[in-house]
Each structure stands twice: as structure tokens, then as C-alpha cells.
Ligand binder design. Sequence first.
Ligand SMILES: [Zn+2]
Length: 290
Amino acid sequence: MVPAFWRALGLPGLIDAHVHFMPERLMEAVWEYFAEPGPLIGRDWPVRYRLPEAERVAVLRGLGVRAFTALLYPHRPGMAEGLNRWGLEFAAAVPEAIPTGTLYPEPGVASYVAKTIDAGTAAFKVHLQVGGFDPRAPELDDAWGVLADAGAPVVVHAGSGPVAHGFTGPGPFGDVLARHPRLTAVVAHLGAPEYEGFLDLADRFERVHLDTTMAFTDFFEHEGTFPRALLPRLRDLGERGRILLGTDFPNIPYPYAHQLQVLAGLGFGDAWLREVCWHAAARLFGVPAG
Ligand SMILES: [Zn+2]
């Protein structure tokens, strides 16, 4: 179904702004956490694509995902630099992977972010919910500045879903944007469950994007339904290239196609889907059309 979906839109494939790859041991630890859901998840979450790394890459290729991030994130200090090296190695081996790095509030963070950008890292992931840290931490201020100056997109899990923890919500990250208004941010999960507050940030800061990850899926909707009154704003932002396809592959409890079906089901039309599933991300990540 997935190749038929993008072919019918006349696209060369899909670009997925929210895919996870990480060192195998860390990936296994994440999957163990999903298998025995701890307090950060708070519900049953069967991971559908719990497969060896090469098979996960093959699944994405088979679906026609021509470019994808490889989001990874530390849950304690001292991990991020090693993850950044791994992200570069992974992208060197998998041509579709956008070299992705991460950061943590700790001494030296601005310099290792600058260093990994120089080495080719093109996107970042910051997980405020798992990390549990304040994005306004003074150690991070220079790092946000480095990212803003480089124009490197940073996918930020800033919403309070699935469980509020730490410094999530539009307030703390909004303060970061107020200090660094040129930061290229991609708010994960459309900012769920604080959809409205994050749409407001996208209206206020022109480099703020949102990814669709898990939004409108059957799994997500019984958690906190996207308010119908906000649909016109979602449509408008999508038309302006500010909404990106994201899925959370492989950590999803349903087939990949489901995310595409629910986006098509919004009824915003083919031009909107083309923008969301390819063009917006192609511009942001510099993916060539061929
Ligand atoms: Zn994710």
C-alpha cells in the first residue's frame, strides 16, 4: 500500500523526519522499556518493527522511504558524544540516513555540537521528556546558538505525551525560541498533547516545524484527540511547508501505512500530502529529487 500511496501522489518516495536508529544495545534497552512499560510510557506499547538493524533499513527501503533521520538521544550525561560518532558512522553506511546527532546539558555541549556539525551531522534530536532536563539550562544556551547559526534542524520531543515529565510543554521550549528565534526546530508528535501551544509557536517563529509522528493514529487518538478546531491551522501550516511526515518507526504498534492513511483521511488534498510527505522535508534536509 505504501508505494502505491506515494506513486499516486507523483512523488519519488517518502521522507520521514522521525525515525529512530541507535546503537543496538541502546535500541534493545529502549525496546525492553516499551515491553515492560515504565512510568515514561504508562501504557501497553507493542513495538511492531522490533527487527535487526539491517532488516529495519530494508523495510524502509521497501516502503520507498528515500531519506530518514536516525534519531537517538542520551538519558544521562557523558553519552551524547559517543552517540554523535555512531550517528555519523551509521549514515556513512546507509545512504538514506540523514546524519543525526544529539546533545545533553553538560559541560562542553556547545563545542561537541559544533564539532559534529563540522563532521557532517545534519540534524539533531533532543528528547526533553526522556531526558527530563530543562531546555533553558544555561549549559545549553550556546549549543542552541550553534544550532541556530548552522541552520541544523533539531527534532525536539517537547510535548508532554505520552506522560508529562520534566520540562515539557510549550512554555520552556518557547523560552528557548524567544532567545534563539532563528532556531530550526521540528516539534515531534505535533506537540501532543499541547497541540495549540506548539501551533502558536509555529505561527510566531518561522523556522518552527512540526512532525506528524503518531498524530491521528488509532493508537494516539484515544490518548488526547487533536482538537478539530485546530485543523484549519494544521492545513495552513502544511501548505506553507511547516508540517513534516514523521512516524516513529520502528517503535510503532501498527503498520507504517496507518500513519499515511490517517493523514490522507484528513481530507486536505494531494497538494498538502505532497508537501508533508516530501517537499517540506526535502527543502529542510536538502534531499535531492532524483
Ligand atoms: Zn520518537
